[in-house]
Design a protein around this ligand. Structure first.
Ligand code: GDP
Length: 313
């Protein structure tokens, strides 16, 4: 990646952003020095994660929140991550529709990203894309993802503030606990509150959060919205800003950012070690050796140890 590319990122050239993000998505060879440079260009964009089950209204809500940020003179970058999609080639159908709303707006950049089957790498890529958007000068980076298991947890690690989106039909507390959504949310939004049962869910969620929030931690607030009617959005927006302020004042924000940083260093090291070990030659060699195994008598641990020993010779 040349310095020209970096300059174009810094000057918020959306075509360059799109190209670099595709490269990250496709695991293109991007040098470490490029990311080092990107890091020095980063402004401190606030990173917000929006997660929840499919169909909860995440995209609709993201859209109205974008509008709210624009009204306040802020620029926004959105990455819609879909771990269930093998690749996106740049945009899912829904994104094309909403991108059209902002296509001529330099303050809004929206992109989707698939997993290429590599769920493990998704968190790292999401972070890298967040860095690129931050370096382009965006004030806010929104990372939207379908909550289907590991997805929410990865998102929660990649952002400053996680919004969990639920709907009145989502069901009872046990289901929420099972879905693992309770631990990861800094804020909860019950969207589609025009529907039956929204208030009931809000009440039970609040009492549950009250019971389960650990001592010394902030109790996540709960909001009711109807994103497609633009109802409850201003309250949610203000609530978000307020919570961010409290998190900043209490040192929670900086701690989260530091944890994220540490985690990334750890993951980068792990990645590099793996890449160093799993050379093509090593992979071919190992495949042949494993395919030659024709008895189950020796313990798999013993076989692995002996193959590893050979690999190091
Ligand atoms: P996502 O899969 O979570 O991103 O959900 P979408 O934003 O694509 O929304 C799924 C469907 O729910 C769409 O048909 C939206 O129009 C609809 N929807 C979104 N927000 C609301 C809402 O507040 N109330 C109702 N009744 N429908 C909504």
């Amino acid at each position: 990646m040349d310095s020209d590319t970096l300059d174009r990122i810094r000057s918020n050239d959306h075509r360059t952003l799109s190209r670099v993000i595709s490269q990250i998505e496709n695991d293109g060879n991007i040098s470490d020095s490029f990311f080092e440079e990107v890091h020095t260009s980063e402004n401190q964009a606030i990173r917000i994660g929006i997660t929840g089950p499919p169909g909860a209204g995440k995209s609709t809500l993201t859209n109205v929140l974008i509008q709210q940020f624009i009204n306040e003179g802020k620029s926004v970058g959105v990455v819609a991550v879909d771990p269930t999609s093998p690749f996106t080639g740049g945009a899912l159908l829904g994104d094309r529709v909403r991108m059209n709303n902002y296509i001529w707006n330099n303050n809004v950049f929206i992109r989707s990203m698939g997993s290429h089957g590599d769920l493990g790498g998704l968190a790292r890529k999401t972070q890298d894309v967040g860095d690129i958007l931050s370096a382009s000068g965006k004030d806010v980076v929104i990372i939207e993802t379908v909550g289907v298991g590991q997805g929410e947890h990865d998102v929660a690690k990649a952002v400053d503030l996680t919004l969990v989106i639920l709907v009145p039909e989502f069901g009872d507390e046990i289901q929420m606990m099972k879905a693992g959504l309770i631990e990861i949310g800094d804020m909860f939004v019950i969207n589609k509150s025009d529907r039956e049962g929204a208030e009931r869910l809000a009440q039970s969620l609040k009492s549950m959060l009250h019971t389960f929030t650990k001592k010394g931690k902030l109790e996540p607030p709960v909001f009711n919205t109807s994103a497609d009617r633009n109802e409850g959005i201003l309250d949610l927006y203000n609530g978000m800003n307020e919570l961010l302020k409290v998190m900043e004042k209490e040192g929670i924000l900086i701690q989260k950012q530091l944890d994220r940083h540490r985690n990334r260093v750890y993951n980068i090291i792990q990645d590099r070690l793996l890449k160093k070990f799993w050379t093509q030659e090593q992979l071919d060699h190992l495949e042949i050796s494993i395919n030659h195994l024709d008895t189950t008598q020796t313990s798999p641990h013993e076989v692995a140890t002996s193959l590893l020993k050979k690999a190091h010779e």
